[in-house]
Design a protein around this ligand. Structure first.
Ligand code: C5P
Length: 222
């Protein structure tokens, strides 16, 4: 089968987007980073001073918000109402606040609907927290990527450093562990491995090894 739906879920900084992007490229599929959508909404809410736990106000914000992905040389650019927020949505301020916004029902409903529309025709690799469980429960391929908190913090540290963002490793470890906790314990669509997902532990694997593993799973199952 061509046009598969490939769902890649897992905790913060497990390498989902790096790997998902490469898998999408190899399959000539569309790549959709759902975390970027939650980050974009968080960015807009902070910008417009919408209280991050006010479901009704966020719903109102979302009715007119235009989140657009555009392919770029180094991956993908994200625009909110025409403004390039690609770099802004990766800042610590957003990482700190995104889980609160992502726990609000109106935000989840609106973004889930958008994601399901994008995946309707298949041929897509989508990464997030609830893709295999809620967004695309019938996805042909479901991967759950994990890695130790230490390793994930180290990866984010190197990424941030390369981008010129100043961070402290132990702060990152705390932030990642806290975000995992918030994402796994929320009421609606918490971060949890789908029953039919295949777990891949990336702690001691290179990006290429993880990509190869996932490609193997895709080929075996289809
Ligand atoms: O993947 P990333 O770390 O960019 O995701 C940012 C945040 O967005 C997560 O910590 C989570 O709170 C939220 N998220 C979500 N459901 C998704 C993707 C992301 O709740 N499918």
């Amino acid at each position: 089968k061509s046009n598969l739906q490939v769902a890649i879920d897992g905790p913060a900084s497990a390498g989902k987007s790096t790997v998902a992007k490469k898998v999408a490229h190899l399959l000539d599929y569309v790549y959709c980073d759902t975390g970027a959508m939650y980050r974009a909404v968080t960015w807009a809410a902070l910008q417009q001073k919408v209280p991050l736990d006010n479901d009704a106000a966020l719903k109102e914000l979302l009715t007119n918000l235009k989140i657009v992905f555009k392919p770029a040389d180094d991956g993908q650019k994200v625009f909110v109402d025409g403004e390039d927020v690609t770099a802004a949505i990766r800042m610590p301020e957003i990482s700190k606040n995104v889980s609160l916004v992502a726990a609000q029902i109106s935000v989840r409903e609106a973004l889930t609907k958008k994601q399901q529309e994008l995946a309707l025709d298949g041929g897509i690799v989508m990464d997030g927290r609830d893709i295999g469980t809620t967004v695309l429960p019938d996805a042909e391929v479901k991967i759950f990527l994990v890695a130790s908190v230490k390793e994930r913090a180290l990866r984010r540290f190197r990424e941030d450093q390369a981008k010129g963002i100043k961070v402290d490793l132990s702060e990152l470890e705390k932030e990642i562990a806290l975000r995992d906790k918030k994402d796994s314990t929320r009421l609606i669509s918490p971060l949890v491995q789908a029953k039919d997902a295949i777990k891949v532990d990336t702690t001691s694997l290179t990006i290429e090894q993880v990509v190869a593993k996932i490609m193997e799973i895709i080929k075996k199952n289809n």
